[in-house]
Design a protein. Sequence first.
Lengths: 107, 124
Amino acid sequence: DIQMTQSPSSLSASVGDRVTITCRASQSITNYLNWYQQKSGKPPNLLIYAVSSLQTGVPSRFSGSGSGTDFTLTISSLQPEDFATYYCQQSSSLPFTFGGGTKVEIK
Amino acid sequence: EVQLVESGGGLVQPGGSLRLSCVVSGFTFSDHYMDWVRQAPGKGLEWVGRTANKANNYNTEYAASVKGRFTISRDDSKNSLYLQMNSLKTDDTAVYYCARRSKRSSGQRDFDYWGQGTLVTVSS
C-alpha cells in the first residue's frame, strides 16, 4: 500500500497568513493526488484534484503543486472559513490512502 | 443538485451485522463508480472499498481490513448503494461515508460528492 505522510499534523495561523501543507507519498503517484477539506461534523469536501486542478466553486486562494512523491497545498491568504482539517489522498492505486490530516487552527 | 444520503447506522454488538444504504439523486448513478470511506471517532479517513459502474461489470474492491467481512453492492434501478457489514469488530466503529467517484476525461480519480455519513458503533 502507498503511505501518505502529511506535515505538519497541526498549525496555528492568523487570518491573512499564507499557509502551506505538505504531503509525501511512499512511492511515485505521478499526478494522482487530491486534497480535501473537512470541517467539524461535516463530510470531506474536494478542494483540488490531479495535484493542481481546482474543484468547481473552490476559491482561488487554494492552490496545489508537486509531482511524483512530494506535494503541497497552499492557502494564499487564510480566511476565517478555512479553519478546518485538510487531507491529501492518493488515487494512483488501490487501496486509495489518505494522509493523516493537518488541522489548521486560529492563532 | 447532487445528493447522497446514508442510512442504517447504529449500535451493534461485536460479531454482529449491519447493512448501510446510500440513496443518491441528481446524477446518473449507473455511470459512476461509488466508494465507501470511514472515519473512526477523532481519527483520519480510511478507504473501505468501491464498486465499479455498469460498464465495468460492477467490479468490487476492498481494503484489507474489511475484505471477507464487508460486501458492497448497488441497485441502479433504485439509485442505491449498499454496504453489508458482517463479523463486526470494535475497530469498525466509525462514521461511514458514501462518496461518488468523479468522471473526468483525464481519467483522474477523486471523490467529488460525499454523503453526510452514518455512525456505526460496535460495542457490547
